[in-house]
Design a protein around this ligand. Structure first.
Ligand SMILES: C[S@@+](CC[C@H](N)C(=O)[O-])C[C@H]1O[C@@H](n2cnc3c(N)ncnc32)[C@H](O)[C@@H]1O
Length: 228
């Protein structure tokens, strides 16, 4: 495995027990549930894959809405938290350990793929987009959320928690500082996704107002894999 990925998975495994307490988007579960239910309504019950599922926050919400959910992550520590939470909430979710760039799933096996706060930490986002395209059935929905987490005026070291591991591999991560909705739109266009809809304006509270850079911009967008 790529050395940067090993560093990244080690980092998240170490942080896993503290992640839910530190990550503000996990605290706003009701707001996320409303937005995800609007973006990916149930019925119909759909086969969803949450990539970089972490402690499973998005996967748990999609399952609570009624979908059939699989969560994939490379950090065993994060998955342990996700499995524990699913058990506590009585939700049946298949959590798998693996790399989002080389998943064990068959072509076109999912109706919906979500990736929240994953892309800033990827070494090859285009490769990940190709894997998402392979895994989605034609017409399937990609739900993509991320934000601009670090700016040039704020050093990565000024983050609210120790990012030393990430500073070491940051040159290998094209979106390390995060990305704007416009960049996400360009990535979706480049990979042929259509029918983009933005959902971030539905949140009445800023989910990331605590970040070192202040109320940094974030986006939530859905788009469809083309039918052909
Ligand atoms: C910032 S956390 C986001 C977790 C979750 N999606 C959420 O919204 O709370 C990023 C997660 O992506 C995972 N991750 C990063 N790169 C990955 C890769 N190449 N394959 C699988 N998981 C990856 C990390 O292990 C970590 O759990």
């Amino acid at each position: 495995m790529n050395a940067a990925k090993e560093t990244i998975f080690g980092y998240w495994t170490r942080w896993a027990p503290n992640f839910d307490a530190a990550a503000s988007h996990v605290r706003y579960r009701t707001a996320w549930q409303e937005v995800l239910a609007a973006a990916v309504p149930c019925p119909p019950r759909r086969a969803c894959l949450d990539l970089g599922t972490g402690t499973g926050a998005c996967a748990l919400t999609l399952a609570a809405i009624g979908h059939d959910v699989t969560g994939l992550d490379g950090a065993p520590g994060m998955l342990a938290e996700a499995r524990r939470a699913a058990g506590e909430q009585g939700l049946d979710i298949a959590f798998r350990e693996g790399d989002v760039d080389a998943t064990p799933f068959a072509d076109a096996s999912f109706d919906v793929i979500s990736a929240r706060n994953l892309f800033w930490t990827l070494p090859d986002p285009d490769r990940t987009m190709r894997e998402i395209t392979r895994l989605l059935r034609p017409g399937g929905v990609f739900l993509f959320s991320d934000g601009l987490w670090r700016t040039d005026t704020v050093a990565p070291e000024a983050s609210s928690h120790d990012m030393t591991d990430y500073v070491q591999v940051s040159d290998e991560l094209p979106y390390y500082r995060g990305l704007l909705g416009e960049q996400a739109d360009a990535l979706l266009d480049f990979h042929g996704f259509t029918g983009r809809t933005h959902w971030e304006q539905r949140f009445t509270t800023h989910l990331y107002a605590h970040q070192a850079v202040g109320a940094c911009p974030f986006f939530v967008v859905t788009a469809r894999r083309p039918l052909a």
